[in-house]
Design a binder for this molecule. Structure first.
Ligand code: IPM
Ligand code: MG
Length: 361
């Protein structure tokens, strides 16, 4: 297969971790007989430095023209980086939101799996970690608070900031369908997470999710309030299969879910629209504090590349090979510093990529 992949290395640790994911993709291409052409795209701080804005029309068009986009991470240190002297709509994060919206990437899949080998890095009590977990957060990505109207103004002499939270039934329906579709391929359970005891948007969410559920009689549906979900994720993560939720709740819960897997450096993600196109990126940030040191964990990005092969190219065998290689390297005791524990061998970013490649033959 010929794959035309857009690459956004981004800021901070982005370039280092993407480098390793490309290494792994190239190894897969070599072993399984595919060809990959990469188009480098600028987004976030790297784009601000060159073009003055975090996402240009040309980059958006080039992203659209590719089969899929692999991304590292964007953004810098908000205290010291000049990017954060700019008005909010010109900062690195705005580029990511424009890209998600511009490509209509409404479905964000964030799998959180506790690897057998990483149980030692899991911060939960031993008896909880021992049970393991394998859950998928299905986060709505183009609606809600992130894309509502905002303003900061003086009202009656008091400075007042406003962020609007809007969802319409169609936006809810399409993400709910995705959630149930994924559940059908997994353990057939959906936990829809909302704040229906307070928010109108959550009450509509619940109603539409129930309507969609009627089309999936095999899938068990439960509703859970978001505060309770935050608690259940550390109390008993094994209870979850698919967590279906809106944009902001999904942002928060996915960071929490990643941490209970041991490290945010392990959490992959796919952002999808109605076509085969997808944007694949680790769920973690650009970690400017460790950028350039060669110690960042590239596994989340490598696993995101596996998701790309699976979802955008239907290359399940190849995706399986990457996932198996990651598990094998962990089994052999190799760890980046974020998942390091006693008796394991600490290695850097590039060596982690090399070792994962060595298992793909
Ligand atoms: C994420 C990130 C982004 C988000 C930021 C960088 C805007 O935290 O992908 O989870 O909030 O969606
Ligand atoms: Mg986040």
């Amino acid at each position: 297969m010929d794959m035309n992949i857009g690459v956004i290395k981004g800021d901070g640790i982005g370039p280092e971790i993407v480098e390793e994911a490309m290494k792994v993709l190239d190894q897969v291409a070599k072993v399984y007989g595919h060809t990959i052409s990469y188009t480098q795209l600028l987004m976030g701080g790297a784009s601000i430095d060159v073009a003055g804005v975090p996402l240009t029309e040309a980059t958006l068009a080039a992203a659209k023209a590719s089969d899929a986009v692999l991304m590292g991470s964007i953004g810098g240190d908000a205290k010291t980086s000049p990017w954060y002297q700019l008005e909010p709509s010109r900062r690195p994060e705005a580029g990511l939101l424009q890209l998600r919206k511009g490509l209509n990437l409404f479905a964000n899949l964030r799998p959180a799996v506790l690897y057998e080998e990483l149980k030692g890095a899991c911060p939960l009590k031993e008896e909880i970690a021992d049970r393991g977990f394998d859950l998928m957060i299905m986060r709505e990505l183009t609606g809600g608070l992130y894309f509502g109207k905002r303003s900061t103004e003086e009202i009656d002499g008091v400075v007042t900031a406003k962020d609007e939270l809007t969802y319409n039934e169609n936006e809810i329906r399409r993400i709910a369908r995705r959630g149930f579709d994924i559940a059908m391929k997994r353990r057939k359970k959906v936990t829809s997470v909302d704040k229906a005891n307070v928010l109108d948007s959550s009450r509509l969410w619940r109603k539409i999710v129930e309507e969609v559920a009627a089309d999936y009689p095999e899938v068990e549906l439960e509703h859970m309030l978001v505060d309770n979900c935050a608690m259940q994720l550390v109390k008993d993560p094994a209870q979850f299969d698919v967590i279906l939720t809106e944009n902001m709740f999904g942002d928060i819960l996915s960071d929490e879910a990643s941490m209970v897997t041991g490290s945010i450096g392990m959490l992959a993600s796919a952002s999808l629209n109605d076509t085969k196109f997808g944007l694949y990126e680790p769920s973690g940030g650009s970690a400017p504090d460790i950028a350039g040191q060669g110690i960042a964990n590239p596994i989340a990005t490598i696993l995101s590349a596996a998701m790309m092969l699976r979802f955008s190219f239907d290359l399940d065998k190849e995706a399986d090979a990457i996932e198996a290689a990651v598990a094998a390297v962990l089994k052999d005791g190799y760890r980046t510093i974020d998942i390091m524990s006693d008796g394991r061998k600490q290695i850097g970013t590039a060596e982690m990529g090399d070792r994962i490649c060595s298992y793909i033959k």
